[in-house]
Design a protein around this ligand. Structure first.
Ligand code: UD1
Length: 338
């Protein structure tokens, strides 16, 4: 069965590719490499033990995308391509709307033209906006989002939902990711943010490797157990396996369904620092800084629906996430540029 994976050279997409291959699917990757390295494709092939098709194609480019659909008989699409930096989306909102919404619309149009009916979409817990209650459940009211990146995820969910309503043969699964971290246990693929990382785990990893001096903890006066921000961290391999489960589910149903992909557990910034120290026998120096603008105090997933309906739940612990992050970071101090 042929699965088209958009953004398949990215951090999450590359892990999905490996899990799909392991589950016996054939993969066709499209990626414009705007935030990814071509070397990733070789590493995916090495881990998958087989060739994958990969095309340098921007999902907004209808003609180029159609060419890929013409070449391959595609059965389902997993749509991960998109810009994802929260701060950048505040600075360049139109770039985010054009890219993230344009790609979703172009992809859906192309799927319709070629009679492809199944789509799994990379959404985010950010669609819940400011918490109305905790944990987040899928039937909870969404939005308004706190930044344009989040709005593009929520709007893409709406676009896909409307497209599916107009085509009853369609099956769409919206996956709301919590905080994906970690790397493949082989240390061959992982996350390599360009410049100074914005997100917590890559920052810790760069402190560990000596590239950054110390971690700044954004606030210790939140109403949480130790005053630092609480999130639901999920190992990227568990997240990738969630896509395989969602894909299998989409083959058996039509309509739209939505699932949280999280662990169901909240962990604080200091929990993550301590887990990293414990898992890797290292010290992570940190200092307390003021709160980061726009951050929420705490949120985590209700992960029951995914377990009940998809038969999927996380299997990896916070220590696993920290060990695998460090294994990736220390073996690839310069990312994919060897
Ligand atoms: C953000 C995005 C989310 C995206 C995720 C990627 C929003 C509102 N958030 O989540 O959509 O999926 O990134 O994983 O859209 N922290 C520090 N020091 C640092 C960095 C972070 O203390 O140097 C703290 C933050 O205050 C927060 C926690 O660590 O409490 C996690 O932050 P981060 O990794 O940036 O993710 P989020 O902001 O939760």
């Amino acid at each position: 069965m042929n699965v088209l994976l958009t953004g398949g050279a990215g951090y999450i997409g590359s892990h999905i590719a490996v899990e799909l291959a392991e589950a016996g699917f054939d993969i066709i990757i499209v990626d414009n490499y705007s935030n990814a390295s071509k070397e990733v494709i070789h590493r995916i092939e090495e881990l998958a033990g087989k060739r994958v098709f990969a095309y340098e194609v921007d999902v907004c480019d209808k003609a180029a995308l159609s060419e890929v659909f013409r070449k391959h008989d595609i059965d389902a699409v997993i749509h991960c391509a998109g810009f994802k930096a929260v701060g950048e989306s505040v600075q360049k909102p139109l770039m985010y709307y054009r890219n993230n919404l344009g790609s979703t619309v172009t992809l859906l149009e192309t799927m319709e033209e070629f009679g492809v009916n199944r789509i799994i979409f990379s959404s985010s817990a950010t669609v819940y906006g400011v918490p109305k209650a905790l944990p987040y459940t899928e039937d909870m009211e969404t939005g308004p989002c706190t930044n344009p990146y989040g709005s593009t995820k929520l709007m893409s969910e709406q676009i896909i939902t409307d497209a599916a309503a107009a085509r009853p043969e369609m099956s769409a699964v919206l996956l709301r990711y919590f905080n994906p971290v970690g790397a493949h246990p082989s240390g061959r693929i992982g996350e390599m943010p360009s410049g100074v990382p914005n997100n917590l785990m890559p920052y810790i990893a760069q402190v560990a490797v000596g590239r950054l001096e110390s971690l700044g903890v954004f606030g210790d006066d939140y109403p949480t157990k130790d005053g630092t921000g609480v999130r639901d961290y999920i190992h990227v391999v568990d997240l990738a396996k969630g896509h395989v489960a969602a894909l299998k589910y989409s083959l058996e149903q039509s309509g739209v369904d939505v699932f949280n992909l999280g662990s169901g557990q909240g962990s604080s910034v200091l929990d993550l620092v301590r887990a990293f120290e414990r898992a890797n026998g290292l010290k992570i120096p940190y200092r307390i800084l003021p709160r980061r603008e726009g951050d929420l105090p705490a949120y985590w997933a209700d992960a029951d629906k995914a377990e009940r309906v998809l038969g999927w739940k996380v299997e990896r612990t916070l220590e696993d996430m920290c060990r695998d992050t460090w294994n990736w970071q220390k073996n690839n101090p310069n990312g994919y540029d060897e």
